[in-house]
Design a protein. Structure first.
Lengths: 147, 147, 147, 147, 147, 147, 147, 147, 147, 147, 147, 147
């Protein structure tokens, strides 16, 4: 069971500034945590990690996953609210996708209330800090086992 | 650690019709599953369950929780989109709340895209079938431990 | 053929004030009229009547009808425009429903132009005074016979 | 008691295509049914039938009815949502009008939710197949008798 | 100087009902009044009158005017608010047009506030009863003399 | 002169949490204050108090007031913005109503800017803390004396 | 018959710039023309002229007219679209008002399409250059004579 | 305790027209009533009165109050709905302001539903006739005493 | 293979005015060009041409095509943006339709951006002058051959 | 005559999934078809093909075309609805552009109804499957020859 | 080179309250600073300063500038968002105008996002404290020199 | 003091086309001008220049600036109106940013009126041609010195 984790724009900056507010976990800490968590669920889970600030590269990576992965956990960052291209990539590959957000986007600006990704995802998890990723991992694994 | 699960309107009807579509799990099956899941996480977790079709009763139950529970997992059903009273109950009690939905509401009618509850919740989990409850349980427990 | 008539909020007040405007027919007069009308159509029709000012009680009554009635004639009153919970109850029970209104709601305030109930009803009858109920009875009986 | 039935655009096509979906009743079958139904209610009722695809002809027909009919049952078809001219014709003649629709327009596209005709009608009946016409006939007759 | 007066839908009904409200002037009275008024301004003015309830006929009449008239005074009635076809006819013939309304449309329903005709007219006169036509005649004559 | 005070949802929670912010006055303190204030204005004023979290119960209470009270002072809480049923209850009983709010709702979320109750009230008082109730009492008494 | 002409903001600048576009008529030329036109209609008409760039002064002038004039012809300029105060002044004095515009406002920016003044005016004349004033004079005189 | 009463545009016209509708109280009657009312509450209250039809003068008066008054009771009239300048004056002086309206603005046109002043006021009182001023006086005095 | 070309309102005026702008091709030139083009593609294609300024006549013509043609190329002109009746005619006959426009409607007024016809057409071609018709012919022929 | 074909995001995935629905034509098949089609029209036409999932790369490619191509046929995919940058690239290079879509975008989600590209294109072709490209080729060639 | 600086409503209050927040610079300090800055750029620049809380006075001042100044730097304060009259004054005088704001209006309330002045200005400078004025001076001088 | 200048999409095309309209200054001319200007202000200012058509590269460059620059002057071009990713990059690095535009965006299409960047910038400068950059340089330098 191969799971691709896609981190969208600005997530490479996680933990770089104001640790007292955002915590000291960097993106590589998050990935390490997910590797451990995956192993603790099932040895057969193979996580892969990808980060990009480019909408086009994320589209291409989702297409690549069509032949290489069973499911995707994506935090589309700002592209959540603006990218129809990523939505179309998910639609055309038809890979199961779980959308996650570190912050609770529903507490933020009006323009963050609309997601182009949610309607083409299995489900959405938002607001639990980096624990959103752990919950997303559990959700995609359970979903794939149920199929 | 006392966790209150609130099931909103029509959730008492779960599993009563069209099992081939909605599954055969009734609400009491869901509650049993959650009891087992809670025990498997930590013996100290005490789940309580409440279902009502009445907006006012849900408001009152949230107020009762102020003195009796550490956290709430709520599936507000249709009241998600119409009840400012439930939002205000959460605001005034300030108990940590996780909002869950069985279906992916973002795939449904326009009027289901707006939640009065999400902005006053810790976070939101939507679209994973009855597994949304399990993920919600995990999320609230992790949240309470982190505080 | 069991038909449930549901009268929504404030309909218990019918005929109580300003008889020169609203007529002197009370809700119990309406129900008597419907009993007579039903008998004149077909002896086998068994009408039942229910009134409530509470959204939650109406939801519960619709669920009860799932096992007890063949069709519903509902005047949802003010809940027509605000209750997704009643809509969901109709959706989940899948009982045929005819929506009726005493006044022509399309002549009234903007916010009365939108009905959450109409899209999940068989059809809508609005504006014929208490005769809307008689037409609704005829409509549901014809619909059930055609099935 | 002279009742004019006005069938709007495309209703002359009724029953011409896909009988398994729309039924095999043509517009002339509907008119025959209404003649029979009228006779069964009261021998004194004189139905007249009119169909046109032209907004202007419908306006003119409503004006003609001012001196020739006691009431109108109209299915304005697509003009329901676009014709202020028909609305004005009803307003200026002040003949009682009952608006009927074969399909439940509230289940259809957003632009079919607004009717220019409903606010100037006695009432509206929508969604009962060709039975909507029968109910409309009963409604206008009862209305005229009550006046 | 040939001036075409176009009366839109329902204006043929003027003076037919409720004389205490709308006056007893029929459309033919209005036309007679305009003939007299035109003569009193300038013997060389040749008014022609046209009324139709059909959008298409009004379009065709405007096209005919391209070779036969110097200016148009139009009361588009309900088509003011719905007809892009009449707007396009005015645009493509480029004849000077004055738009008039008997009632003050700005005091009426929201949907009467928008005119498709005004932006392609020389100017607009609204609210002066049948005197709006007299003012419109004066306006188009002055406009044509100034050119 | 019998005055009914209706406290809407969550007002039973007043003073229960964060006294440094919301004050230590509970709802029963407010009611005591109003009893004293009423007596100081006029011994003939008989206040009655009612609180409910249920929309339906508030509707029913307003109907009961039709035969038992001269005026109502209502703080509809969250139902201010969502309840057409309460609006209709006020409309159908036609009892004079003064709407009050503890906080200045105009400083809060967009969805709190619209009140279904204000257009059917005598007037509105908003933003003066629990003094809004005292001003509401004075307002309804003055209004009833002026009639 | 005393007629007050009110010229709103920036109309004092008429004819000062770009004569090839706006003409060389200054506001005082317009007023002279109106004096002549008034005399030609009826010696008993007494025009008075007022210009101000200040919303407040226009409000006060309309109030003064309450005791001194029979009717008003107003070109509210930019205040057409923004001034509720001028609307209220017209409403509270109830003097007949004719609204005029030199340009055809319906050909201009979206924000110029809404007039706060039109719904409280007898009627509106827009787009005929300074001839709009002449037509407005004729319109108000005819209106006052008909009353 | 110096209280400034600001009466906005058109309030100088109070009582001048249609006494059977608006009452015979002029603005100077209102001011006299307020002087008496103030004295009956507390001899130390010094009311001052100001009326203007000019937005700019009201802005300047509010600025003057910064050094001369403890609180303001303002009826901004039409400027309620259009003046950001008055809002900014209140914001920059930070004097406590109570907004009052004679009529219930929530029963009137849509454009009167939005107030630029309410969000920067302590609170709002609307709909109690000239009694709104008396309630406003009581409200500002209580507010200033509580500070 | 019988193809019906429908030219909507004002297209009969093509080439009549301002040849330097719109070209000198009249509608009959366009039709001749299409005859030649059709022959050059396939001798078996039988084009028929129809123009009308009347919405109702276009509806009727589409219905007639149900039994007489294999496909339609329509330039609905102004009715593109206002006619639900034409949309319904296409829907009820289910003939393949290609929508064409001479000008690029997306460069024009906002109200020309919405087409009621496009969602029920096979496809849309817009902006290529009279070449849009040639492309439309090719498109419908290819479509019919592919079926 | 050098024609650049630009295929936007996800078009590289054409034919990769669900051949029974989308056909088995891959993007390279489409390009081959276009080469053949171009040759059959005119040997002098030199097509070039470019695909990218990146908005920025498409912008750069359009700029490159400024010196290298005579016209562009673009299927902007999802960027149609979100990219002002591509619009600006077309604007600043001023190369003639034909916009094509495989599916009929007007049948799809609301957010696909708005194109940033159409208003800066010569014209638009939408809905004819991969034949849209062939029609687009013919359209740009005819356009360039006519210039 | 004569430059007029116009300070809109409430700017006369600058530096009067909360110096720790808004700084201690009064409007006269700002003007002194600008005099010095102007001299340092070019001895030939003659600044003039004007402040008013009245929309009408600002309109008049802009008209006066038509004959007396080469350019205007305006901070329209609250009138930025509400005054079409000031916009029209700029339009009719056609003097080059630079719009400046002390605060970054784009960080503030929604209603401050729309400026009636920006579209008729040369350019806009917003958010640099009183340095916005210095930048505005430099901008207008450079603009006038470039002409 | 290190200042990064970011030029968004299509700015690399500056000066390449229609020199009579856009001038002959290329982007490298602009950069040279800024180097000179910086030196003339303060030898310690070190400008760096970056241009990209890719949203993702601009995000990455802003992140790089976190450790390498004191301030940014950005012309985000088309991404101003569509990129939340660039907004988030600025938010997460918290570097002071000045937003500049060559043209006055407020004179252009509606969709260019909204900037995602302005609310997270120090301030905005728009409309002064390439002089906007010079003003932006002065603004950021003054801002950094004041801190």
């Amino acid at each position: 069971m191969k799971i691709l984790f896609i981190h969208g724009p600005n997530l490479n900056f996680l933990g770089k500034r104001e640790p007292e507010i955002y915590g000291t976990d960097t993106l590589s800490d998050v990935n390490s945590m997910l590797l451990k968590e995956a192993a603790s669920i099932d040895k057969g889970i193979e996580p892969e990690f990808f980060q990009s600030n480019s909408e086009g590269e994320i589209v291409t990576k989702i297409q690549d996953a069509f032949e290489n992965h069973n499911g995707i956990v994506i935090n589309p960052g700002a592209y959540t609210h603006t990218s129809i291209a990523i939505r179309d990539a998910i639609l055309s590959t038809a890979i199961p996708v779980v959308e996650v957000h570190i912050s609770n986007v529903f507490k933020r600006e009006e323009f963050r209330q609309k997601s182009f990704i949610s309607p083409v995802s299995v489900g959405v998890i938002s607001g639990f800090g980096i624990n959103s990723y752990t919950l997303g991992l559990k959700a995609i694994v359970d979903f794939l086992k149920d199929k």
